[in-house]
Design a protein around this ligand. Structure first.
Ligand code: MG
Length: 187
């Protein structure tokens, strides 16, 4: 798509889970299928950035374990509009990086995140992955992320653009989804 704006090229960090890959949908479907006694808590879980957080404490390990199984990350569905937006931002001259935090128990998560990017965006984007558990130490102009508060050892140089989700409505930063990001960001 030809852009008529004059925005100067930016480095845009794009989070994966909850922004371009639908972690919580897959996770909560697994809970429903494998831990059916926890179905009554699923609606509440949609209101937490960490989906396991709104399950009773004694069940949280079992809930989180479902996301550590082989194939979980590789099979996440893309969030509608996300892959197109990433490509469109690159086509418009921005330097887009996929900025994602691995699970602490990383055995499957790390390679599968790379495989997911290769499958859905291609090798060019595999080389654009920044995998870190501390995003405050990465550089960029914008970080598009669904996490409500992003903290770490550094003072962020980027502006946190909140990717609109039910669990982050309380944070005051600029927020986008993949239908309105051009208008909100002035791109
Ligand atoms: Mg996320």
């Amino acid at each position: 798509m030809k852009s008529t704006n004059t925005t100067k090229p930016m480095t845009i960090l794009v989070d994966m889970d909850g922004v371009i890959a639908d972690y919580s949908k897959a996770h909560l479907e697994k809970v429903a299928g494998r831990l059916p006694h926890l179905v009554p808590y699923i609606e509440d879980a949609r209101l937490s950035w960490r989906s396991e957080e709104r399950f009773p404490e004694e069940h949280r390990d079992a809930v989180e374990a479902l996301a550590l199984e082989p194939g979980f990350f590789e099979n996440l569905e893309p969030i509608e509009g996300g892959l197109e937006a990433v490509r469109a931002l690159m086509d418009a001259g921005h330097d887009v990086r996929i900025c994602t935090a691995p699970k602490k128990i990383h055995t499957y998560c790390v390679p599968e995140k790379y495989n997911w990017i290769k499958k859905h965006l291609g090798q060019e984007y595999v080389e654009r992955i920044i995998m870190t558990r501390d995003k405050t130490l990465t550089q960029g102009d914008l970080l598009i992320d669904d996490k409500p508060e992003i903290t770490g050892a550094g003072t962020p140089q980027w502006e946190h653009i909140v990717f609109d989700r039910p669990y982050n409505k309380h944070v005051p930063q600029r927020r986008i989804d993949w239908t309105n990001y051009r208008e909100v960001l002035g791109l």
